[in-house]
Design a protein around this ligand. Structure first.
Ligand code: MN
Length: 281
Protein backbone atom coordinates (compact mmCIF):
# COMPACT_ATOMS: atom_id res chain seq x y z
CA UNK A 1 0.00 0.00 0.00
CA UNK A 2 1.24 3.48 -0.89
CA UNK A 3 0.63 6.20 1.70
CA UNK A 4 1.04 9.91 1.08
CA UNK A 5 1.60 12.06 4.15
CA UNK A 6 0.87 15.77 4.29
CA UNK A 7 0.01 18.42 6.88
CA UNK A 8 -0.62 22.12 7.35
CA UNK A 9 1.99 22.83 10.03
CA UNK A 10 4.76 22.64 7.43
CA UNK A 11 7.14 19.86 6.47
CA UNK A 12 9.48 20.44 9.44
CA UNK A 13 6.76 19.99 12.05
CA UNK A 14 7.52 17.09 14.46
CA UNK A 15 3.94 15.88 13.94
CA UNK A 16 4.50 14.84 10.33
CA UNK A 17 7.50 12.63 11.09
CA UNK A 18 5.56 11.03 13.96
CA UNK A 19 2.70 10.20 11.56
CA UNK A 20 5.07 8.98 8.83
CA UNK A 21 6.73 6.59 11.29
CA UNK A 22 3.42 4.98 12.26
CA UNK A 23 2.24 4.90 8.62
CA UNK A 24 5.44 3.12 7.50
CA UNK A 25 4.23 0.02 9.40
CA UNK A 26 1.26 -0.14 7.01
CA UNK A 27 2.91 0.58 3.68
CA UNK A 28 5.32 2.58 1.57
CA UNK A 29 5.43 6.21 2.71
CA UNK A 30 6.13 9.46 0.92
CA UNK A 31 5.85 12.93 2.46
CA UNK A 32 4.59 15.88 0.42
CA UNK A 33 3.96 18.93 2.59
CA UNK A 34 4.00 22.74 2.58
CA UNK A 35 7.42 24.40 2.98
CA UNK A 36 6.01 26.82 5.57
CA UNK A 37 3.11 26.69 8.01
CA UNK A 38 -0.31 26.80 6.35
CA UNK A 39 -2.53 26.39 9.42
CA UNK A 40 -6.11 27.69 9.05
CA UNK A 41 -5.69 27.91 5.27
CA UNK A 42 -8.55 25.46 4.92
CA UNK A 43 -9.04 24.11 1.38
CA UNK A 44 -7.26 26.94 -0.44
CA UNK A 45 -5.49 26.04 -3.67
CA UNK A 46 -2.83 28.02 -5.51
CA UNK A 47 -4.49 29.06 -8.74
CA UNK A 48 -2.71 32.31 -9.69
CA UNK A 49 0.88 31.04 -9.94
CA UNK A 50 2.60 27.72 -10.65
CA UNK A 51 3.79 25.38 -7.89
CA UNK A 52 7.34 24.20 -7.25
CA UNK A 53 8.74 21.49 -5.02
CA UNK A 54 12.12 20.54 -3.66
CA UNK A 55 13.10 16.98 -2.80
CA UNK A 56 14.53 16.56 0.68
CA UNK A 57 15.35 13.75 3.07
CA UNK A 58 13.23 13.71 6.20
CA UNK A 59 14.47 11.06 8.60
CA UNK A 60 14.19 7.80 6.68
CA UNK A 61 11.56 9.18 4.33
CA UNK A 62 11.47 10.51 0.81
CA UNK A 63 9.97 13.97 1.15
CA UNK A 64 8.97 16.93 -0.99
CA UNK A 65 8.53 20.47 0.28
CA UNK A 66 6.03 22.40 -1.78
CA UNK A 67 5.52 26.18 -1.98
CA UNK A 68 1.77 25.73 -1.69
CA UNK A 69 -1.17 24.83 0.50
CA UNK A 70 -2.04 21.42 2.01
CA UNK A 71 -4.58 20.83 -0.79
CA UNK A 72 -1.88 21.70 -3.39
CA UNK A 73 0.46 19.17 -1.77
CA UNK A 74 -2.07 16.34 -2.02
CA UNK A 75 -2.89 17.25 -5.63
CA UNK A 76 0.83 17.26 -6.57
CA UNK A 77 1.64 14.18 -4.52
CA UNK A 78 -1.12 12.07 -6.07
CA UNK A 79 -0.25 13.40 -9.54
CA UNK A 80 3.30 12.04 -9.30
CA UNK A 81 2.59 8.84 -7.39
CA UNK A 82 -0.32 6.43 -7.43
CA UNK A 83 -1.58 6.56 -3.86
CA UNK A 84 -3.93 4.29 -1.87
CA UNK A 85 -4.27 6.45 1.24
CA UNK A 86 -3.58 10.04 2.28
CA UNK A 87 -2.85 10.83 5.93
CA UNK A 88 -2.64 14.41 7.16
CA UNK A 89 -1.05 15.63 10.40
CA UNK A 90 -0.39 15.04 13.13
CA UNK A 91 -1.52 18.64 13.62
CA UNK A 92 -0.23 20.50 16.65
CA UNK A 93 -3.65 21.63 17.83
CA UNK A 94 -7.09 20.02 17.79
CA UNK A 95 -9.48 20.30 14.85
CA UNK A 96 -12.86 19.83 16.45
CA UNK A 97 -16.39 20.97 15.68
CA UNK A 98 -16.59 24.20 13.72
CA UNK A 99 -12.80 24.37 13.44
CA UNK A 100 -13.20 21.82 10.66
CA UNK A 101 -14.18 24.71 8.38
CA UNK A 102 -10.79 26.40 8.92
CA UNK A 103 -8.54 23.38 9.18
CA UNK A 104 -5.77 22.92 6.61
CA UNK A 105 -5.03 19.52 8.14
CA UNK A 106 -8.52 18.31 7.33
CA UNK A 107 -8.40 20.01 3.91
CA UNK A 108 -5.48 17.78 2.86
CA UNK A 109 -7.61 14.73 3.65
CA UNK A 110 -10.60 16.36 1.91
CA UNK A 111 -8.50 16.97 -1.21
CA UNK A 112 -7.65 13.27 -1.23
CA UNK A 113 -11.33 12.33 -0.93
CA UNK A 114 -12.17 14.69 -3.82
CA UNK A 115 -9.58 12.88 -5.94
CA UNK A 116 -11.09 9.50 -5.04
CA UNK A 117 -8.41 8.53 -2.50
CA UNK A 118 -9.19 7.83 1.14
CA UNK A 119 -8.17 10.68 3.43
CA UNK A 120 -7.65 10.68 7.20
CA UNK A 121 -6.73 13.78 9.23
CA UNK A 122 -4.96 13.55 12.61
CA UNK A 123 -4.76 16.36 15.16
CA UNK A 124 -3.72 16.49 18.79
CA UNK A 125 -3.96 18.94 21.65
CA UNK A 126 -0.97 21.02 22.69
CA UNK A 127 -0.54 22.41 26.12
CA UNK A 128 1.45 25.63 26.51
CA UNK A 129 5.01 25.50 25.22
CA UNK A 130 5.03 21.73 25.33
CA UNK A 131 5.45 19.45 22.36
CA UNK A 132 2.97 16.53 22.33
CA UNK A 133 4.31 13.19 23.57
CA UNK A 134 4.11 11.41 20.21
CA UNK A 135 5.43 8.21 21.79
CA UNK A 136 2.23 8.03 23.86
CA UNK A 137 -0.01 8.81 20.87
CA UNK A 138 1.75 6.38 18.53
CA UNK A 139 -0.21 3.19 19.52
CA UNK A 140 -3.52 5.05 19.18
CA UNK A 141 -2.65 6.42 15.75
CA UNK A 142 -1.69 2.88 14.67
CA UNK A 143 -4.90 1.43 16.12
CA UNK A 144 -7.04 4.05 14.32
CA UNK A 145 -5.31 3.46 10.97
CA UNK A 146 -5.72 -0.31 11.39
CA UNK A 147 -9.39 0.14 12.32
CA UNK A 148 -10.14 2.52 9.43
CA UNK A 149 -8.39 0.41 6.78
CA UNK A 150 -11.08 -2.21 7.41
CA UNK A 151 -13.84 0.38 6.89
CA UNK A 152 -13.50 0.84 3.15
CA UNK A 153 -16.66 2.92 2.74
CA UNK A 154 -15.35 5.71 4.96
CA UNK A 155 -13.62 8.00 2.50
CA UNK A 156 -12.95 10.96 4.78
CA UNK A 157 -12.27 10.77 8.50
CA UNK A 158 -11.30 13.37 11.11
CA UNK A 159 -9.30 12.03 14.05
CA UNK A 160 -8.46 14.04 17.19
CA UNK A 161 -6.22 12.78 19.97
CA UNK A 162 -6.23 14.10 23.54
CA UNK A 163 -2.95 14.42 25.42
CA UNK A 164 -3.47 11.18 27.35
CA UNK A 165 -5.94 8.95 25.51
CA UNK A 166 -7.85 6.24 27.35
CA UNK A 167 -9.50 4.68 24.30
CA UNK A 168 -11.17 5.35 20.96
CA UNK A 169 -14.71 6.61 20.30
CA UNK A 170 -16.77 7.10 17.12
CA UNK A 171 -18.16 10.63 17.21
CA UNK A 172 -20.12 13.24 15.28
CA UNK A 173 -18.97 16.79 14.55
CA UNK A 174 -19.98 19.27 17.26
CA UNK A 175 -22.00 22.02 15.60
CA UNK A 176 -22.52 24.42 18.49
CA UNK A 177 -21.94 28.07 17.66
CA UNK A 178 -18.58 29.64 18.29
CA UNK A 179 -17.89 33.29 18.95
CA UNK A 180 -15.52 34.11 16.06
CA UNK A 181 -14.38 37.10 18.08
CA UNK A 182 -12.07 39.83 16.79
CA UNK A 183 -9.78 41.02 19.60
CA UNK A 184 -8.32 44.48 18.94
CA UNK A 185 -4.86 45.41 20.18
CA UNK A 186 -1.95 47.73 19.34
CA UNK A 187 1.41 47.05 17.73
CA UNK A 188 4.65 48.50 19.30
CA UNK A 189 4.16 51.64 17.18
CA UNK A 190 0.68 52.17 18.60
CA UNK A 191 -1.08 51.20 15.38
CA UNK A 192 -4.24 49.07 15.63
CA UNK A 193 -3.95 45.33 15.06
CA UNK A 194 -6.57 42.59 15.31
CA UNK A 195 -6.60 38.93 16.33
CA UNK A 196 -9.39 36.76 14.95
CA UNK A 197 -10.06 34.18 17.66
CA UNK A 198 -12.31 31.16 17.44
CA UNK A 199 -13.49 29.90 20.82
CA UNK A 200 -16.48 27.59 21.41
CA UNK A 201 -19.32 29.35 23.21
CA UNK A 202 -20.94 26.43 25.00
CA UNK A 203 -19.97 23.04 26.35
CA UNK A 204 -19.93 20.17 23.85
CA UNK A 205 -22.88 17.86 23.20
CA UNK A 206 -22.39 14.25 24.32
CA UNK A 207 -21.22 11.96 21.53
CA UNK A 208 -19.49 14.74 19.61
CA UNK A 209 -15.81 15.13 18.74
CA UNK A 210 -15.29 17.91 21.29
CA UNK A 211 -17.05 15.97 24.01
CA UNK A 212 -14.90 12.87 23.36
CA UNK A 213 -11.58 14.73 23.51
CA UNK A 214 -12.69 16.63 26.64
CA UNK A 215 -13.22 13.19 28.22
CA UNK A 216 -9.82 11.93 27.01
CA UNK A 217 -11.11 9.72 24.23
CA UNK A 218 -9.56 9.61 20.77
CA UNK A 219 -12.33 11.02 18.57
CA UNK A 220 -12.94 9.41 15.15
CA UNK A 221 -15.50 11.25 13.00
CA UNK A 222 -16.52 9.97 9.55
CA UNK A 223 -17.23 13.00 7.33
CA UNK A 224 -18.75 13.53 3.89
CA UNK A 225 -18.13 15.97 1.07
CA UNK A 226 -21.81 16.58 0.34
CA UNK A 227 -22.81 19.72 2.27
CA UNK A 228 -26.45 19.62 1.19
CA UNK A 229 -28.92 20.32 3.98
CA UNK A 230 -31.24 17.38 3.27
CA UNK A 231 -33.93 18.55 5.70
CA UNK A 232 -34.14 22.04 4.19
CA UNK A 233 -34.00 20.70 0.65
CA UNK A 234 -36.85 18.31 1.46
CA UNK A 235 -38.88 21.16 2.92
CA UNK A 236 -38.20 23.42 -0.05
CA UNK A 237 -39.17 20.71 -2.54
CA UNK A 238 -42.39 19.99 -0.61
CA UNK A 239 -43.40 23.65 -0.95
CA UNK A 240 -43.31 23.37 -4.79
CA UNK A 241 -42.24 26.99 -4.97
CA UNK A 242 -38.98 26.11 -6.65
CA UNK A 243 -38.51 23.83 -9.66
CA UNK A 244 -38.24 20.29 -8.36
CA UNK A 245 -35.84 17.79 -9.84
CA UNK A 246 -38.35 15.01 -10.57
CA UNK A 247 -40.42 13.39 -13.27
CA UNK A 248 -42.52 16.49 -13.92
CA UNK A 249 -39.63 18.89 -14.14
CA UNK A 250 -37.73 16.45 -16.34
CA UNK A 251 -40.66 16.58 -18.80
CA UNK A 252 -40.60 20.38 -18.53
CA UNK A 253 -36.88 20.29 -19.17
CA UNK A 254 -37.38 18.23 -22.31
CA UNK A 255 -40.02 20.69 -23.49
CA UNK A 256 -37.59 23.51 -22.73
CA UNK A 257 -34.85 21.67 -24.62
CA UNK A 258 -37.16 21.39 -27.67
CA UNK A 259 -38.03 25.06 -27.44
CA UNK A 260 -34.37 25.96 -27.11
CA UNK A 261 -33.33 23.86 -30.09
CA UNK A 262 -36.12 25.33 -32.23
CA UNK A 263 -34.91 28.80 -31.13
CA UNK A 264 -31.38 27.80 -32.13
CA UNK A 265 -32.63 26.64 -35.54
CA UNK A 266 -34.47 29.96 -36.00
CA UNK A 267 -31.34 31.85 -34.99
CA UNK A 268 -29.14 29.82 -37.37
CA UNK A 269 -31.51 30.37 -40.32
CA UNK A 270 -31.67 34.11 -39.59
CA UNK A 271 -27.84 34.24 -39.51
CA UNK A 272 -27.78 32.41 -42.87
CA UNK A 273 -30.31 34.88 -44.33
CA UNK A 274 -28.31 37.87 -43.08
CA UNK A 275 -25.10 36.35 -44.46
CA UNK A 276 -26.74 35.85 -47.87
CA UNK A 277 -27.93 39.44 -47.79
CA UNK A 278 -24.42 40.64 -46.96
CA UNK A 279 -22.98 38.50 -49.78
CA UNK A 280 -25.47 39.99 -52.25
CA UNK A 281 -24.78 43.59 -51.27
MN1 MN B 1 -1.82 23.31 11.81
Amino acid sequence: MRILISNDDGIYSPGIIALAKVASRFGEVRIVAPDVEQSSMSHAITASRPLRYRRIRLGDFEAYRVDGTPADCVALGTHHWHVDLVLSGINLGLNLGNSCWHSGTLAAAKQAALLGVRGIAFSTSVSENKEPDFGKLDPYVAKVIDMLLKEDTMRLVNVNLPEKPRGIRWTRQSVRQYDGKVAPSKDPMGRPIFWFTVIPLQGAEEGTDRWAVEHNWVSVTPLRLDLTDEKELGRALALHHTPAIGAKSLADGQRNDKAASSRTREHESSVRTKKKRREKS
